[in-house]
Design a protein around this ligand. Structure first.
Ligand code: 77P
Ligand code: MG
Length: 214
């Protein structure tokens, strides 16, 4: 039976990356996506912007919406301080199964909790299920039409505090127009656009960094 693209991406990690070395996992995925098969990871160019925001925030509690194969999960978790935790939500069970193995290959299982299911179902349960108070950083990279409803849900559930940072992928391509309009016009956010390119291409895309003002 035919393998899937996520399975082939995992194979490239297991073949070319060193167990326990997150940077070699990131490098192996970028090489695979640039030279073999495109895949919807945040990629190396936007990944550098992601790294700089993670380092600046130095978060103790991170939420990632949309794990896919775990590329950005590994990038973020490899930069976290010792007792920091990353919770990553993935709806698609096939993606989740691959991501678990990529995260394990990088040796980051201790820092990452991968939760399978719909963000809209899990966000209201974060506090009781995972003992989360608020998130210092949220990386939005799941279904583009869920960015806005899930942001409003996080506000309503008290998961954001004064200074919480939302970093959103793909605000240009595929695009999240309603989300952009909201964070750029709401008095409760200060927003900043980081112009870049769609992963592994010359197409314009970018990350929007929005600080919740409480
Ligand atoms: O979250 C789920 N998919 C990934 C969301 N992410 C994207 O869709 C995404 C897409 C693109 C993209 C850009 C240009 C293009 F031509 C094609 C795709 C890039 C990105 O950087 C993304 O992040 C999902 C799936 C599923 O079947 N079930 C539950 N959840
Ligand atoms: Mg993306």
């Amino acid at each position: 039976t035919q393998s899937t693209r996520p399975q082939r991406l995992l194979g490239a990690v297991q073949k070319n990356a060193t167990r326990g070395d997150p940077r070699s996992v990131v490098r192996a995925i970028d090489h695979f996506c640039r030279h073999k098969e495109w895949a919807m990871n945040v990629g190396d160019e936007k990944g550098c912007i992601l790294d700089s925001v993670v380092s600046e925030v130095n978060p103790a509690a991170v939420l990632e919406l949309g794990t896919y194969c775990g590329y950005s999960t590994v990038r973020i978790a490899s930069l976290l301080p010792p007792h920091a935790k990353l919770i990553t939500l993935e709806f698609n069970p096939d993606f989740a199964a691959i991501a678990r193995q990529v995260i394990a290959w990088a040796g980051l299982e201790e820092k990452v909790q991968l939760v399978e299911g719909a963000s809209g179902d899990w966000i209201p349960k974060m506090k009781e299920q995972f003992g989360v108070k608020t998130f210092d950083l949220v990386f939005l990279d799941h279904w583009k039409d869920r960015y806005l409803p899930d942001t409003k849900l996080m506000e309503e559930c008290g998961l954001l505090r004064k200074g919480s940072v939302l970093l959103a992928d793909n605000v240009i391509c595929p695009g999240t127009p309603d989300y952009l309009e909201y964070v750029r016009s709401s008095p409760r956010y200060t927003s900043q656009y980081f112009k870049s390119h769609l992963e592994y291409t010359k197409v314009e895309d970018g990350l929007e960094k929005s600080v919740f003002l409480g």
